[in-house]
Design a protein around this ligand. Sequence first.
Ligand SMILES: Nc1nc2c(c(=O)[nH]1)N[C@H]1C(S)=C(S)[C@@H](COP(=O)(O)OP(=O)(O)OC[C@H]3O[C@@H](n4cnc5c(=O)[nH]c(N)nc54)[C@H](O)[C@@H]3O)O[C@H]1N2
Ligand SMILES: Nc1nc2c(c(=O)[nH]1)N[C@H]1C(S)=C(S)[C@@H](COP(=O)(O)OP(=O)(O)OC[C@H]3O[C@@H](n4cnc5c(=O)[nH]c(N)nc54)[C@H](O)[C@@H]3O)O[C@H]1N2
Ligand code: SF4
Ligand SMILES: [Mo]
Length: 751
Amino acid sequence: MTDRISDDSDFTPEEAAALQPDASGGAALKHVVCSICDIGCQLRAEAGPDGRLGRILAHEDPFQAANICFKGTAAPQIQSHPDRLRVPLKRVGPRGADRWEEIGHEQAIAEIAARLRSVVERHGPEAWAVSTSGWNTQTSHGLDRRLMNLVGSPNWISGVALCAGNTAAVNRLTYGWFPLPDVAFTKCIVLFGHNPRKHSWTPVYNGINFAKMMGAKVIVLDPRVSEQAAAADLHLRLRAGTDAAMALGWLKVIFDEGLHDADFVRDWCVGFDELRARVDEYPLERVEAITGVDRALIAEAARTYATAESACIPWTPITDQQVSSTSAIRLHSILRAVTGNLDAPGGDVFHAPHPGWIPEADLQLNDVISPDQRAKQLGYRTHPAYTYRTAEMLAEPMQRTWGVRWMDQVMGCHMANPTETFRAMADGDPYPVKAFFALGNNALLSYPNQHQVRRAIENQDLVVVQDVFMTPTAMLADYVLPGDVFSERNHVADTWGWGSRLNLSQKIVEPGGEIRSTFAFWRDLAHAMGHGEHFPWATVEDLLDHRLSPSGRSFEGFAAAGVTDAPFPEYRKYLATGFATPSGKVELSSSILADLGFDPLPYHREGPAPDAEYPYSVFSGVREDPYFQTGQRNVPSLRRRVPLPLVFIHPEDAARDGLVDGRWVRLETRHGHVDAKLSVRDTMLPGHLRVPHGWWFPELRGRAELAGAFLSSDAVLCGDSDDLLDREQGTPHFKGYPGRLVAIDPPAGLE
Ligand SMILES: Nc1nc2c(c(=O)[nH]1)N[C@H]1C(S)=C(S)[C@@H](COP(=O)(O)OP(=O)(O)OC[C@H]3O[C@@H](n4cnc5c(=O)[nH]c(N)nc54)[C@H](O)[C@@H]3O)O[C@H]1N2
Ligand SMILES: Nc1nc2c(c(=O)[nH]1)N[C@H]1C(S)=C(S)[C@@H](COP(=O)(O)OP(=O)(O)OC[C@H]3O[C@@H](n4cnc5c(=O)[nH]c(N)nc54)[C@H](O)[C@@H]3O)O[C@H]1N2
Ligand code: SF4
Ligand SMILES: [Mo]
């Protein structure tokens, strides 16, 4: 059984042939880091005619040559796309009417600075919010936070709040850092719903295949028979949203059978007895009832993991997006620790900051913003787990252990809460937010409760968007600025403090015209706002020189020396330093959560249950191979592979509802509805529906409101009331909320 979204799901023979690392034309080829998705493959590229990007090729290193997907090879089509934004635009019609006047970059910056100053004067600096993801624009280098801190606003939000960013922050609660799996040396990989494929996070997929070749076992926990599940040694088909209960069940087996690393627990953990008492509340009968997985299989999986010579649990977005998110992430951390796999070969390894590189955290100037302003951060009081409040509690242990006080791994360690931010923007609660900037982030579609996000953006005095294309979010802006793409800038990619590797990315072509990097945007805005002295870098290369200065190298020197600088990880660093927690130990019972007034021990919390009216359990995700999130629907070679959004359903459910494959359906929840085509698959778990993420329809621009942003986007389905938010982080529940299906006629324009 396989579960491909598209039959057209691999390179065509021509595309595959064109990828081969070849000897010809080598002189013109440079090294780039692809930023079409956030995994950052190292590729090669060369210029084509007329300032266009020419060929994209795989890396010449045989260990990296397979790290390329068909989104990466579409980079030239994106770089020279006819719809690409090339000139700054200023709104002339009503907000959202998509009518614009072309202006120059300097005028745009001057007007934005003046209007931002006016918002800050009237409402305070905290009335300015910024949403960005960072990996596609590559060049923020923490300069966004730097300027915000100088101005005094703590309200920076990001899509990473639903991805590895919040996981990083929650990992730190337990052991003060966010590890990476040591896949190359592991003997067991546990994938909690994570499903890397040949065209989805390709290097992770290749890494898993390498580990398997070296004898690693793979355990997959997924309601569907995903690609990884189909090839796994064990597959546990749990109900969506029950990952925390499952992990508690594993711990029950591990503790009852004495499979934990008693020496590590004794020497390096605190709170074992309390944890054990909590785990005893989850006997396997209960876990079986919650997850729907046979207890014998749960026990077998737990034993396989705990007794493997080494084992890792790679990060997964599944546990970032559910009401038990904090507990589920903490349970992964706890499993790693109690089985002795933490910072151990083949386990989950702490990568120290690269000693020759200034981390983003140190560019952000988090000590410049006053503690009072930090405390105004939205979410600081209500859902503090990834806000400044927790970062303040960890600042001293971070300094002590890692030498970086405000370490910001994956950009997620001191963010504002997005839901609270949009609430403040829409309703002025608890205070007004009146200026909103989105850079390289299609914010309208990228958070829960899209209706609220729209009201929020519409209620602003100033909206600035920087993007490559006119997205639905950009259509709601006052100013739309054209951003550059990875082939148009020099960069050193640093895995955002998650790994310690530095990778070279070289400029292949000039962006041309009025296109600017995010570096240039923040530099110019800072100068216009009177903070120029803190932005002394004239070019991004100057800033790269600064960031590389601890190594004594310049960007030019780095580029001349090679393409990668990756120190070999040292294992078990805690033996010398302890852990970056208040106790210096692994906190199985979290002192920080206790101090914040939350349950210090992990627990399972049930999401809203399906009922007679809304009988299905809906989960969003299952990324589509040809697209990264909300992007690329305007790239023909990609769009033909998955032309329309799909809802998956099990054949028994479809038959009961009288629905057939290919039929247009409306998926409704209590918060909204999306239209999509039905895809009937026996790989689905009965009772579940999959809703795709990120759909809008660039071809409907001018024909449907906001280019169809409300037609098929999962963000309209999930609300953000308290029953749908994780308590500690306020992260939304995308994994199992009640929904139903009705048949509909094809929506206009999409027949
Ligand atoms: N509702 C809902 N929300 C989600 C998710 C979900 O499943 N459902 N998933 C979450 C996850 S896992 C993640 S990682 C985040 C992702 O969030 P983001 O990474 O922010 O993804 P997008 O919102 O698609 O925004 C990417 C935008 O950047 C633009 N862009 C691409 N390259 C460049 C560039 O080089 N320069 C500039 N200036 N712009 C560029 C694209 O055109 C696109 O509009 O979203 C999260 N949000
Ligand atoms: N082509 C492509 N590749 C991508 C991306 C993209 O947009 N396009 N996005 C990248 C990003 S930012 C991310 S975050 C990753 C995400 O990619 P993945 O980590 O693979 O996550 P998803 O595809 O959302 O879902 C993975 C699996 O989780 C299962 N699942 C659903 N609900 C649950 C649940 O409650 N529990 C468990 N255990 N499993 C569940 C689904 O059935 C699915 O098979 O992909 C990355 N790779
Ligand atoms: S997986 Fe594809 S889109 Fe992502 S970085 Fe690699 S080549 Fe680019
Ligand atoms: Mo993600």
